[in-house]
Ligand binder design. Structure first.
Ligand code: NAD
Length: 374
């Protein structure tokens, strides 16, 4: 019997993406798998059912959950959905293991083999599977478009019969994947861009995109290429330099994150109050609590003429490409395990081991196990 790979119509609020797109389904069926999709799954991402070839259809989520040997998802399943999975099923998607303890316990207790895309090791070989990167790039791009849309100014310099218009100043805080894409997008639109990150490796990357690096004298490399949290002294030092750059910005895009921790607060109320009226902040870190003290997740706030936008699920606002990239990430993750229509996971492969959250009734991801089981 070939392995059945299933996908659902995502039910979480504001989720418009789908985990399998037609191009990826074709590749999975070529690899011998049977693909079962809930009707309408790709509709909100502009992949109508008619585009999917070689797919079998389910009228309800329950049918997919009950039949899939491998279930791909975007958002984490609920405890109720996990209860409907086949006992031996494999689950791949965002699992938010740092936050969703009841769901992780349910996956453990149902003996589900679960893989979190957030935990796929960020090694060269796994770049094509890196959903954090593909979706962060989308968030960075979209954040700049949202800022441009809210600004009462042009981004580029214009020389017109009505005189010269000065280019907008954009400041990007956090130059990871999202931040670098924000810089590139703002530059393409003609803005003058500055950027800042605590990781010194980003200095050259920022410059190579034509932006100026803001040097605060604070460097905070953590483990695995990520940033670490700053000490109080470092935070004060960073703030002194950054506040004057924030005051000069027309648009501020904040993306700073530390894995498994709330987003660092970098933009204070006082700093916002120094910005010019009409300026815009798009806080990509809103879902992790926000980099700006005044951010409200999922809302637009105006404070003394400054608009502060706390977007939720930015990749979902570009659902077609976001789904395409995400589905390719999942295909690249699963393909090495697909052999003549069967799924055989190589448990000596660091990618599968690193991404695994639960298996055989045990929480395999150590930080999650410690957090849940003590
Ligand atoms: P992230 O989303 O965890 O954080 C975004 C950025 O915020 C990071 O650049 C971080 O340094 C920065 N930041 C954290 N605290 C800050 C503070 N107080 N002030 C300013 N900036 C702050 O990062 P990410 O985009 O996921 O990238 C994390 C790392 O992973 C990077 O080193 C990146 O190059 C690496 N990476 C590797 C691969 C790969 O090889 N497969 C793929 C993608 C990313």
């Amino acid at each position: 019997m070939p392995v059945t790979i299933g996908a659902l119509r995502e039910s979480a609020p504001r989720e418009t993406r789908v985990s399998l797109v037609p191009e990826v389904v074709a590749k999975l069926t070529q690899a011998g798998a049977r693909v079962l999709i809930e009707r309408g799954a790709g509709g909100q991402a502009n992949f109508p059912d008619s585009l999917y070839k070689g797919t079998e259809w389910a009228d309800s989520a329950g049918q997919v959950l009950g039949q899939a040997d491998v279930l791909t998802t975007v958002q984490p399943l609920s405890v109720e959905q996990i209860a409907l999975l086949k006992p031996s099923a494999v689950l791949v998607g965002y699992l938010q293991p740092y936050a969703r303890f009841p769901e992780v316990k349910a996956l453990r207790d149902r003996k589900i083999t679960s893989f979190a895309v957030e935990l796929i090791p960020r090694i060269s070989r796994a770049q094509s599977m890196d959903a954090l990167s593909s979706q962060a790039a989308i968030a960075g791009y979209k954040a700049v478009l949202i800022a441009a849309d809210h600004l009462p100014k042009f981004l580029p310099m214009l020389t017109t019969a009505a005189g010269t218009i000065r280019p907008a100043q954009v400041l990007v805080i956090g130059a990871g994947v999202a931040g670098l894409q924000a810089i590139a997008t703002a530059r393409r639109l003609g803005a003058v861009v500055e950027a800042y990150d605590v990781r010194s490796a980003t200095r050259e990357q920022v410059k190579s995109l034509g932006a100026k690096f803001v040097d605060t004298g604070v460097s905070a490399e953590g483990q695995g290429g990520y940033a670490r949290e700053l000490t109080e002294e470092e935070r004060r030092k960073q703030q002194e330099v950054l506040d004057s750059r924030i005051a000069a910005a027309d648009a501020l895009i904040t993306t700073a994150a530390v894995p498994g921790r709330p987003a660092p607060k970098i933009v204070s109320r006082a700093a916002v109050e120094r910005m010019r009226p009409g300026s815009v902040i798009v806080d990509i870190a809103a879902e992790q609590g926000g980099n700006c003290e005044l951010t409200r997740t999922g809302e637009n706030v105006t404070h003394q003429g400054v608009t502060i936008i706390g977007p939720v699920n930015l990749p979902g606002q570009l659902a077609y490409n976001a789904s395409e990239m995400y589905a390719r990430n999942l295909l690249n993750f699963l393909r090495p395990a697909l052999n003549k229509g069967e799924l055989v996971i190589d448990w000596t492969d660091e990618v599968f081991v690193g991404a695994c959250v639960t298996r055989e009734g045990r929480i395999q991801h150590e930080p999650t196990r410690k957090a849940i089981e003590g």
